[in-house]
Every structure is written in structure tokens, then in C-alpha cells.
Design a protein around this ligand. Structure first.
Ligand SMILES: Cc1cc2nc3c(=O)[nH]c(=O)nc-3n(C[C@H](O)[C@H](O)[C@H](O)COP(=O)(O)OP(=O)(O)OC[C@H]3O[C@@H](n4cnc5c(N)ncnc54)[C@H](O)[C@@H]3O)c2cc1C
Length: 399
């Protein structure tokens, strides 16, 4: 019996991870269908590390992002706890490792608009609706969507933290919630940020100001859920004063912009990143707390990796959804995802704990990082360009 395919690959989900995967595949000449309802308004920002910026440049997306993105030339970590053992202030500068910037911060709405415009320019086929059912079998996957049905060889599940694709593939997760909520918003301020991101470590979690173009910054303020709800309910003037106090007036008086977000914090990792002709990318594969700008940077590396593997399989006339392709994807993503999830989890828990040795270990680690040049530079390089799992796109090469 002959099998008729609508496209070779379907990407389900049009968040930034799905859009990057679909654009990378289409650019590599892989017949791709994007099944994605229009994006919801997202007022968050993303600190895109240098490798992610390189990937967007390679895919022709960056020119539309650049006017809305602010460079991150310095990162300052400040221990703002009142604890017995406090860490020294640490300042990382991108020029210490020969980079102009660690990365760029951009509002998600501008990033998504740039990606969507690139997808249109590439004539990427898109169903602007949801996948209703996804059924894998031995030779392909049948997807029922709002406009009808599609049949493909490989599905890329980019459908977010509650991923229907992950459920269909029978992939479980390990998950832990934290007693913390992130309040996000953007603000204008009286003093310049000098292209410096400042992360205050507090007993309830990090309070991070990240530069936006002009005298504006984005804020991720991690608090216990009750306090986060109180702040979210304040009027703009009260909230601006509260934030200025928490920021130790570093950036002067503040004006809060419309669009506040509330995100309960959790960490969740899929037990496998691919199975049953379905490969998971972005938050469908891993959810990490917003510390150290890891989440979407990992998600973009997922998208770049699966696009690379699918394009390579096609060049060798191998079925793009074959078990060996999925196994390679799983192996290639495992070290990067698990090492970053562990690091973010440890850092977050060392802030929350009242256990003195844990506070001491955090203080000592930051002291060593501050004092030992090679360790400092190795850490910075690892942040910007991880030693493992740098897909071709992140090195400026096409998939
Ligand atoms: C407060 C905060 C700050 C953050 N800051 C950073 C940062 O500075 N740097 C960083 O790298 N990361 C950051 N992150 C993480 C980053 O925001 C996420 O990793 C990223 O938004 C996830 O993108 P995604 O494409 O995987 O998922 P999403 O953006 O959630 O997209 C999933 C998409 O799937 C669609 N979908 C769901 N079901 C279906 C279906 N059945 N059919 C079709 N489509 C479907 C949804 O409509 C949605 O559009 C932060 C996160 C938070 C909470």
C-alpha cells in the first residue's frame, strides 16, 4: 500500500522554538508544514546568548530583530541576602573573552514577529490552527488539525509545557515545583543601564534587570507566590517605587510599562526527547526556572539540532522519522539539557535554603569565580558557547 505524505516534517507549535525549527528545516530544503495557531501576546523578554544570535543571523532573522534588541556587555551578580555568609559581588565583562556582547535582550513579541515574517518570506506552509489529534504508526504520523488532515514522517513537538505531542509519544517527565513565582514586566528608568544586566540574589530568588534599547529594562522578580500576587495587584506608581527599592535605586526612578506576567516556577525534564516519530523541542522537552537565561537558548539549540539531523537524513535518503535519527537527537541533546537544568536548580535552591553549608558553598564558588581568571573566563565561554552540543547554526553554518 502506498503512503501519501502532505510534507516530510510537521512542526506543531508556533512559539519561538517551533518557529526556529521550522525556518531551519525550510531553509535546508526539507518539505515542512507548520501547524500553529497565531501567537498569544507575550510581554516577556528573552536574553538570547551569542550562539542563538548567530543562529538567527544565519537564518536571516536577525536584521528584523536588531532594532529591538539591546546588547548585554556586562553581567553583575549581587548577593542581596541578609545572611551570615554572603557572596562577593561578581562582574563578568564580555570583552574579557573577546566578545562584543554575551548576547542580546529582546521582547518576545518582536522576536516572534521577526520569525513569523521570515517564515512568510520562505513560503513556509502553515495551518494557522491547532493540531487536534496526532497518531504515529510504523511509517508516518497522521495529524488532524483545524483545517483537515496531514500525514508526515516526523513531527517536531514544539507545543509548550503541557505538550500534547509529548503525551501522544508516551513520554513522561520528572517535575518539581518551587515555592516561587516570577513577576515579569518591562520598565523605563532615569539612569542608563550601561548595557549591564544586574541579578540581585535574594532569599526568595533572583531579581534580575536586563537591558532593553534606550533607558529601558526588563524585570524578572522571583518571589514567594503571596508576595508576587501583592506586587502584581499594585498600581503602577506603587509598583515602580517598590521595584526601585528592591533595585537599590541602581537605575533611578522607574516607570512601569503595561503588560505584567505571573509565572509559577517549576523544573521539568522529559524522560526522552524523542520517540514514536515525535521529537520534542523547547518547553515541551524542558522547563527551567528563569535564572541565567537558559530556557529558550536551550530550545533554539533543540530546534537547530533536529533540523540538522533531519536535513542530514534526507541527504542520505534515510527516513527522517526513523528510530536511529530520533536516537541521535536524544543523545545529542541530553548532556546540554540535563547539565543546565541541574545548574539552574542548584543555584535556585542555594538561594532558598537556610542551610549554612549550602550558603557557604555558593559564597565560596562565587568568590573563586571572582578571583580565578581562567575559571571566570571558562565559565563565561561556557555560558556564551557551550563546549558540547553546539549545532551548526550556532556556529554560523547552515544545517
Ligand atoms: C519569566 C521568564 C523569563 C524567561 N527569560 C528567558 C531568557 O531570558 N532567556 C531564555 O533563553 N529563556 C527565557 N525564558 C524561557 C522562555 O521564555 C521559554 O523557553 C520559551 O518561551 C518557550 O518557547 P517554546 O516555543 O518552547 O514554547 P511556547 O512559547 O510556550 O510555545 C508553544 C506553542 O505551542 C502552541 N500549541 C500548544 N498546543 C498546540 C496544538 N495542539 N497545536 C498547535 N500548537 C499548539 C501554543 O499555542 C504555543 O504557541 C523565560 C521564561 C520565563 C517564565
Amino acid at each position: 500500500m502506498s503512503d501519501t505524505f502532505t510534507a516530510e516534517v510537521a512542526v506543531i507549535g508556533g512559539g519561538p522554538a517551533g518557529l526556529v525549527a521550522a525556518i531551519a528545516l525550510a531553509t535546508a530544503g526539507v518539505d515542512t508544514l507548520l501547524i500553529a495557531p497565531p501567537a498569544e501576546p507575550d510581554h516577556r523578554t528573552t536574553a538570547l546568548l551569542a550562539g542563538s544570535v548567530t543562529a538567527l543571523e544565519t537564518l536571516g532573522v536577525w536584521p528584523a530583530c536588531a532594532p529591538y534588541a539591546a546588547p548585554l556587555r556586562k553581567i553583575r551578580l549581587v548577593d542581596a541576602t541578609a545572611r551570615l555568609i554572603r557572596a562577593p559581588e561578581v562582574l563578568f565583562a564580555a570583552d574579557e573573552i573577546g566578545f562584543d556582547a554575551f548576547g542580546h535582550n529582546i521582547e518576545n513579541r518582536h522576536l516572534i514577529a521577526a520569525l513569523e515574517a521570515r517564515a512568510v518570506a520562505l513560503n513556509l506552509a502553515r495551518i494557522a490552527g491547532a493540531a487536534v489529534s496526532i497518531t504515529p504508526d510504523a511509517t508516518g504520523v497522521t495529524i488532524k488539525h483545524s483545517n483537515g488532515e496531514a500525514r508526515v514522517k516526523l513531527v517536531i513537538g514544539a507545543d509548550g509545557r503541557r505538550s500534547p505531542c509529548r503525551a501522544v509519544a508516551g513520554i513522561g517527565t520528572s517535575r518539581r515545583t518551587y515555592p516561587q513565582t516570577a513577576l515579569t514586566l518591562n520598565l523605563a528608568h532615569a539612569r542608563p543601564h550601561d548595557d549591564t544586566s544586574t541579578e540581585f540574589h535574594t532569599e526568595s530568588g533572583p531579581f534580575t534587570l536586563v537591558p532593553l534599547p534606550g533607558q529601558r529594562s526588563s524585570l524578572v522578580c522571583v518571589l514567594d507566590p503571596a508576595r508576587a500576587a501583592e506586587l502584581a495587584a499594585m498600581n503602577d506608581a506603587e509598583l515602580a517605587r517598590d521595584i526601585e527599592r528592591r533595585a537599590h535605586s541602581l537605575l533611578g526612578t522607574m516607570n512601569v510599562e503595561p503588560g505584567r506576567g505571573i509565572f509559577p516556577l517549576a523544573i521539568e525534564t522529559a524522560e526522552a526527547f524523542a520517540r514514536e516519530r515525535i521529537a520534542l523541542v523547547g518547553e515541551a522537552a524542558h522547563l527551567v526556572p528563569p535564572i541565567g537565561a537558559q530556557g529558550l537558548n536551550l530550545g533554539l539549540r533543540d530546534g537547530a539540532t533536529i533540523a540538522e539531523l533531519a536535513a542530514e537524513a534526507r541527504r542520505h535518503n534515510i527516513d527522517v522519522g526513523a528510530p536511529e535519527v530520533l536516537a541521535r537527537y536524544d543523545t545529542q541533546r541530553r548532556a546540554d539539557i540535563t547539565s543546565r537544568a541541574i545548574a539552574v536548580d542548584l543555584l535556585n535552591r542555594s538561594l532558598l535554603t537556610d542551610f549554612l553549608p549550602a550558603q557557604g558553598a555558593r559564597g565560596l564558588s562565587l568568590y573563586l569565580v571572582d578571583r580565578i581568571g581562567p575559571l571566570r573566563r571558562a565559565l563565561m565561554r561556557e555560558g556564551v558557547a557551550p563546549a558540547v552540543s553546539q549545532p551548526r547554526l550556532m556556529r554560523g553554518e547552515m544545517v
